[in-house]
Ligand binder design. Sequence first.
Ligand SMILES: [Ca+2]
Ligand SMILES: [Ca+2]
Length: 132
Amino acid sequence: TNSARFLFTINPCTHVVQVKTESSSVCSTGWFKHGHRCFTYIRTERTWAESEQYCVFQGANLASIHSTEENHFIQEMIRRQTHDFPRVWIGGQDPDNAMGIENCMHINYGEEKRWNDYVCSRTLPSFSYVFS
Ligand SMILES: [Ca+2]
Ligand SMILES: [Ca+2]
């Protein structure tokens, strides 16, 4: 669940106590907080470039993953929404290595649900983030 924290501040001019939600602790509807970022799963299948464009249109980016723990959080969010482990685009490109045609990153590859580099023009769901 999303928890909101509240800030109590005293306006120095009016001495009125003001209550507001702390913006850094709240994600927009449909986005889920983890660390300092808000994440969302995007069901519509697009190419990697189209997925990134769609994220940027929302002021977001494809999700970069910085730890095993973040990886598990993202996989769990996807599992809850799909009841499955579909392949999903994440942020990241690497040099081509399979016949020179794979250089975009996705998660949930194979039995071990690993990362994989895949053909960028294939269409997959995607996962994006914004800083909260
Ligand atoms: Ca590659
Ligand atoms: Ca590959």
